[in-house]
Design a protein around this ligand. Structure first.
Ligand code: JHZ
Length: 393
């Protein structure tokens, strides 16, 4: 059998569908199941949700909403310009321009199917194609602009269903000696941190390096370098080149990381069966924490109404009986309700003094948040998290 289901997380809504009312009519739900592909070692969702349902002109997430990401993208842009001296760059999934804006002195082009986001980069005078990444679009872009020195894509390739077409399209737009850089959450970190909320409608895949290597076997592409990042709960920054390009050698570190994945059982179904058990245990333990606090009639708020947290809220059945409201800094989420769980989201203006407990929806920005919330922590405020195990901090 080449596809094996190892976890059923139940019914889930569209994570980007922040609701205008707590009693919506006909909210869409799908079954969130996780699959192990024994041939490629890829981990995917059992059934994909239609891209048009997820990526539309009401897309809420803004890459520049956190200081951590703004600084990370600025630093990376500087490093790319210095090391590779590109004359052109294409970003697949350019969101609000957080990264591509740093390349104004060279040819910089964005691809962004969410029209409300594409409008933002167009206003910044960055040529943006408001279309899904396909072979057809790649041919059009290459014809109109030529091929690129650098193609960059963060938190996007894992969102595209057809990976074969995706990599073929990248080959079309990449120069002979060009570099494709992909950044996505790491499967190894997801397993280690038991961060099962990396799985939701948009994350069709959570990649291991092993699976990526297997997926591009038939392409004229190979991985030559990998950087481990702390961002988004632990990500891999993966550098690809054309096999025919002998300019860059394959770094030993990539081979080392592949061996490390093997040591951690990334290619074995038993690893995912164990992960599945850990996820079920995590749910029980998290609920115990919430129940205990709520028995004492304390207010619990959610900190960061992330897409990720949608998986936790809906899997664990956390509604407004457990979380009174969320605070978030993203204007498009203010006054809305979390999808499925229907908890109100308010504009962040600091944590109110009557709040003692805050569930870390944005656990991936823990360091940034803890720095910002020194006052809350000083007055005895506590954060609740499920990563790497349910606990009060
Ligand atoms: P954040 C989205 O997921 C969707 P989400 C997408 N599928 C993906 O892969 C990742 O992004 C990259 C708020 N916040 O980045 C801002 C505060 O309120 O973890 C954001 O709404 N206060 C494309 O949603 C949210 O938290 C703060 O101090 O899981 C963070 O969302 C900070 C730091 C954040 O991604």
């Amino acid at each position: 059998m080449s596809k094996i289901e190892f976890l059923n997380l139940g019914k889930h809504p569209i994570t980007n569908n922040y609701l205008s009312s707590s009693t919506p009519k006909n909210e869409f739900f799908y079954n969130l199941k996780l699959i192990y592909h024994s041939n490629t070692k890829l981990i995917s969702l059992g059934k994909f949700v239609s891209p048009k349902k997820m990526f539309n002109n009401k897309y809420a997430h803004r890459a520049s909403a956190s200081k951590t990401m703004r600084l990370a993208y600025k630093k990376l842009a500087k490093a790319i310009l210095k090391k590779y001296k590109p004359s052109s760059i294409l970003e697949i999934g350019s969101n609000d321009g957080c990264f591509i804006q740093h390349f104004k002195k060279i040819k910089n082009i964005g691809v962004e199917p969410c029209k409300n986001l594409a409008e933002i980069t167009k206003k910044m005078n960055i040529k943006t194609y408001d279309k899904f990444w396909t072979k057809k679009l790649a041919k059009k872009i290459a014809k109109e602009n030529g091929e690129f020195d650098i193609i960059y894509s963060a938190n996007t390739i894992s969102h595209i269903h057809n990976l074969r077409e995706t990599f073929n399209a990248i080959e079309i737009c990449l120069k002979k000696n060009g570099i494709f850089i992909l950044e996505d959450p790491s499967l190894l970190e997801t397993i280690k941190k038991n961060s099962y909320d990396q799985f939701y409608d948009e994350h069709s895949y959570v990649f291991s390096l092993t699976a990526l290597k297997n997926l591009i076997k038939k392409n004229n592409l190979e991985i030559f370098k990998v950087e481990k990042l702390k961002t988004h709960g632990g990500s891999n920054r993966v550098f690809f080149k054309k096999k025919t390009n002998k300019k860059f050698k394959i770094y030993n570190i990539f081979i080392k990381y592949l061996i490390d994945e093997k040591k951690n059982g990334i290619d074995k179904i038993s690893t995912y069966k164990k992960f599945s058990k850990n996820v079920k245990r995590s749910k029980k333990e998290l609920l115990k924490i919430f129940e205990k606090i709520k028995k004492n009639k304390e207010i619990i708020i959610g900190y960061g109404a992330t897409y990720k947290s949608s998986t936790v809220l809906n899997y664990c059945g956390l509604k407004s009986n457990f979380i009174d409201y969320f605070l978030d800094t993203t204007p498009t989420k203010f006054g809305k309700f979390t999808p499925g769980s229907r908890i109100p989201i308010y504009k962040y203006k600091g944590i109110p003094r009557n709040v003692k407990y805050a569930y870390l929806g944005a656990w991936n920005f823990k360091d940034e948040i803890f720095k910002k919330e020194r006052e809350f922590l000083k007055r005895g405020g506590k954060f609740i998290t499920h990563v790497p195990r349910p606990r009060i901090i």
